[in-house]
Design a binder for this molecule. Structure first.
Ligand code: NDP
Ligand code: 2IT
Length: 444
């Protein structure tokens, strides 16, 4: 049996009930076979793949907090410090009832290669909790964030592990967590990114993941002689990534006609109104049912269905495995020609293969959504030098990073004889740098 197949089997046997982690490992290991097969003897000797798939450290802790009625609740907190070969652990904190160790491990594993692809010195990590922020008051959110950070602060630091936002964790939550970190550790450092602009946050970090997604989508289309202007796009999600993806798509002259949340989706034939979306989701923290009040011409539908609209480009920006084989078939039948992942692993394995088999340009999340963490690394740089760069400076660096990233994954796919396979290109290019650093640092 090949080394890759052995390790995939081992991961499944040793980590039962973690299907998302199996999926992420399978996809990466399957595509880095050219490197593994060519160096099998030394990699086996050094147990390189065993070390790659086993987090350096996993922290699981109790998070007790008090609600507005004085009732005590207990959630579980996680931080998986997966790989620090190329820099301090870096990755977001997800607050969602579906969070468990397997989800955090899949996200942390993806983050290793994503962070490598940014070209910046950041290792892979991820954390979060099964806490559900929905329907909680500001004070309850604060109580939770403070309790969460009271434990997490023991394990993080500006040169150790730098958490940030993810699903359910935005500027408000990062602010509360930063306040508690500073209070306990008595340190005003860049230990969290995505901070408010008045206390060390970077301009353009809020926009970065969505903008970055459009910069790489545009680079992909340009490389194939296609103009994004005038194209119709379906976006899923209505959070941080989706909102700024829609905004940048419109700036580039495309038209985004859909968005979605956990209960339904919107079709707006005139193009999604970003100001309305922000008001509903960022200010009111309400459901998309409200969108019709702002745009009478639009349609709201309960449940799934965002991928049934006829579009040129699909940008899944909500959550893992939200786009399955049936969705892929519908999109392809409707003439979609590019799919770029704003979320982490939003496309199932079967759907990804279907897109690739049908000649659809497909850029995986670890490349397409890397603009968020890349800009987090730029926030770390600014914090270290105690300076703030202008929006234009950060945005132009972000654009540059995403354009280079496209070139690198395209080049890696070509170098290994898989031209156009950006899944393989991203995994191979991301792995090369991590492998090199792990080899240089010995058996650690
Ligand atoms: P937000 O919490 O801001 O928004 C998430 C959106 O997705 C919301 O509209 C939410 O619906 C919807 N959603 C979440 N879970 C589900 C679910 N189980 N089923 C259906 N819809 C769901 O998160 P982000 O925009 O930050 O994150 C979106 C994706 O992008 C995630 O995969 C995240 O890991 C990834 N990502 C985020 C980065 C960042 O910088 N924030 C960077 C790179 C990747 P509702 O409004 O009802 O809650
Ligand atoms: O998935 C991701 O890359 C993020 N949620 C952003 C991580 C970060 O450290 O900015």
């Amino acid at each position: 049996m090949s080394y890759v197949d052995e390790i995939v089997d081992q991961v499944i046997a040793q980590n039962p009930s973690e299907p998302e982690f199996h999926q992420a490992v399978r996809e990466v290991l399957d595509t880095i076979r050219p490197i593994v097969d060519a160096n099998e003897q030394t990699l086996r000797r050094d147990a390189l793949l065993e070390r790659l798939v086993n987090p350096e450290r996993q922290i699981k802790f109790r998070v007790p907090w008090v609600d507005d009625n004085g009732n005590v609740h207990v959630n579980t907190g996680y931080r998986v410090q997966f790989n620090s070969a190329i820099g301090p652990y870096k990755g977001g904190l997800r607050l969602h009832p579906s969070v468990n160790l397997g989800i955090i491990k899949f996200l942390g594993f993806e983050q290793i290669f994503k962070n490598s692809l940014t070209g910046l010195p950041i290792g892979g990590g991820k954390g979060g909790s099964d806490f559900d922020p929905k329907g909680k008051s500001d004070r309850e959110i604060m109580n939770f964030c403070q309790s969460f950070m009271t434990e997490l602060c023991k394990y993080i630091g500006a040169d150790t592990d730098v958490p940030a936002g993810d699903i359910g964790t935005g500027a408000r939550e990062i602010g509360y967590m930063f306040g508690q970190y500073k209070r306990i550790k008595d340190l005003f450092t860049g230990t969290l990114t995505g901070k408010g602009l008045s206390f060390g946050g970077s301009l353009a970090r809020t926009e970065a993941t969505g903008y970055g997604l459009l910069y790489i989508t545009n680079a992909l289309l340009n490389a194939h002689g296609i103009d994004i202007a005038g194209k119709t796009i379906a976006v899923s999600g209505a959070g941080n990534v989706a909102t700024y993806a829609i905004q940048k798509a419109h700036q580039l002259g495309a038209k985004v006609v859909t968005c979605s949340d956990s209960t339904g989706w919107v079709y707006d034939p005139d193009g999604i109104d970003v100001d309305a979306l922000k008001e509903i989701k960022e200010v009111k923290r309400a459901r998309l049912t409200e969108y019709k009040n702002y745009r009478p011409n639009s349609e709201y539908h309960e449940g799934k269905g965002v991928w049934t609209v006829k579009v040129d480009i699909a940008l899944p920006c909500a959550t893992q495995n939200e786009l399955d084989i049936e969705d892929a078939k519908t999109l392809v039948a409707n003439g979609v020609f590019a799919v770029c992942e704003g979320a982490n692993m939003p496309t199932t394995e079967e759907a990804t293969k279907y897109f690739q088999d049908n000649g659809i340009y497909f850029i995986p999340g670890k490349a397409a959504n890397a603009g968020g963490v890349a800009t987090s690394a730029l926030e770390m740089s600014q914090n270290s030098e105690r300076l703030s760069w202008t929006f234009e400076e950060v945005d132009s660096k972000l654009k540059n990073i995403m354009e280079n990233l496209y070139k690198n994954i395209d080049d890696a796919a070509k170098r290994y004889g898989m031209e156009g396979n950006y899944v393989a290109g991203a995994n191979l290019a991301g792995f090369e740098k991590v492998l090199n650093a792990m080899n240089a640092q010995g058996i650690v």
